[in-house]
Design a protein around this ligand. Structure first.
Ligand SMILES: Cc1cc2nc3c(=O)[nH]c(=O)nc-3n(C[C@H](O)[C@H](O)[C@H](O)COP(=O)(O)O)c2cc1C
Length: 264
C-alpha cells in the first residue's frame, strides 16, 4: 500500500462513476472500516450503521433495482435530498456539476431518456462490486447526521490509499422501502445513503470529471487581528467582500431540477 499524505488523499479523491468488475477483497473493506471507525462524532456517539453489500448480495440488489426501475413505480422519500428551491450560489454549483457530468457522457439536456439511463447507473453501483449503505436511528438529529458524513469521508479517503474509488450516493434514499426490506432495517432505523466502492475504470471519460470548488473567501469569514488579516491577504488576495456572490448563476433560468436526475 502506498504511503500517502492526507493532502494527497484529499486531492486524489473524487467521485468515481464507472468501475471495473474486479472484486474487492472483503479483508480490504474490513481494514478500511477498522480505521474509519476512528472518525469523530459529537459525544463519541458513533451514530452510524453500515450494511456492506457485495458478491451475490450485490448482484441481487442490482437485479432488484433493475426491476423496480422498470416497473415505473416510485417510493416516497423519507427526507428531501435538496431543499425545494435551491438558491444561489448553490443552484449554480449543482447546475454546473450536472452539465459537466452529462457533457462527459455525451448526454445533452434535451435527451432526457439518455440522462435518465445514466442516472440509473447509480443503482448498478456504477458497476462497482461493493456497496456500503448508511443508516441512522431516527431518534438522532442533524448533528448525528453530520457525524455520518465524517465517517463517509474517512472511508472515501482510506479507499484512495487502497487505489479504490468511491461515489457517495444519496440517490438510494429515493427507494427507502426497497432498501429497508433488502437490508432488513428495523423500523427505528432510517436509511440515509449508499456508497459505491471498487476499482475505477481508468478509461471511462466520466471518471475524468474534476469538479470545481468555490474559493475560500466565498464561504469563510475571518475574525482575527491585523497581523492575521495580512496573512490572509497574502494567501487569498483579500477578495472577501461580505456575502456577495462572485459567481452568479449563468445557466438557463427556466431549468427545473428533477429529484431523480442527479446533478441536473
Ligand atoms: C452525501 C453525498 C451524496 C451523493 N450522492 C450522489 C449520488 O446519488 N449520485 C452521484 O452520482 N453522486 C453523488 N454524490 C457525489 C457528488 O456529486 C460529488 O461529491 C460532488 O459533485 C463533488 O465531486 P467530487 O466528489 O468528484 O469531488 C454524492 C456526494 C455526497 C457527499
Amino acid at each position: 500500500m502506498p504511503i500517502m499524505s492526507v493532502s494527497e488523499a484529499v486531492q486524489r479523491r473524487r467521485s468515481i462513476r464507472a468501475f471495473l468488475p474486479t472484486p474487492v477483497p472483503q479483508a480490504t473493506i474490513v481494514e478500511i472500516l477498522e480505521l474509519a471507525r476512528r472518525a469523530p462524532s459529537g459525544g463519541n456517539l458513533q451514530p452510524w450503521r453500515i450494511d456492506v453489500v457485495s458478491d451475490d448480495a450485490a448482484q441481487s440488489l442490482k437485479a432488484l433495482m433493475a426491476q423496480r426501475l422498470a416497473s415505473g413505480e416510485t417510493e416516497e422519500a423519507e427526507y428531501p435530498i435538496y431543499p425545494d428551491a435551491l438558491w444561489e450560489p448553490h443552484r449554480s454549483y449543482r447546475y454546473r456539476v450536472g452539465e459537466e457530468m452529462y457533457g462527459l457522457l455525451d448526454a445533452p439536456r434535451e435527451d432526457r431518456a439518455l440522462r435518465r439511463r445514466h442516472f440509473e447507473e447509480n443503482f448498478r453501483l456504477f458497476g462497482a462490486p461493493v456497496g456500503l449503505f448508511f443508516s441512522i436511528d431516527r431518534r438522532f438529529g442533524a448533528p448525528q447526521w453530520s457525524d455520518i458524513g465524517m465517517l463517509m469521508q474517512t472511508i472515501m479517503l482510506l479507499a484512495v490509499e487502497h487505489d479504490l474509488g468511491t461515489c457517495a450516493q444519496e440517490c438510494w434514499s429515493l427507494w427507502p422501502k426497497t432498501m429497508r426490506n433488502f437490508l432488513g432495517l428495523g423500523s427505528q432505523e432510517m436509511f440515509f445513503a449508499g456508497m459505491a466502492i471498487g476499482y475505477p475504470n481508468p478509461e471511462a471519460p466520466i471518471n475524468s470529471l474534476h469538479t470545481e470548488r468555490a474559493p475560500v473567501e466565498t464561504f469563510t469569514r475571518f475574525h482575527c487581528s491585523a497581523p492575521g488579516k495580512k496573512d490572509i491577504d497574502q494567501k487569498i488576495g483579500a477578495k472577501w467582500k461580505g456575502d456577495s456572490d462572485p459567481r452568479p448563476f449563468d445557466g438557463p433560468t427556466d431549468v427545473h431540477f428533477h429529484g431523480t436526475e442527479y446533478g441536473g
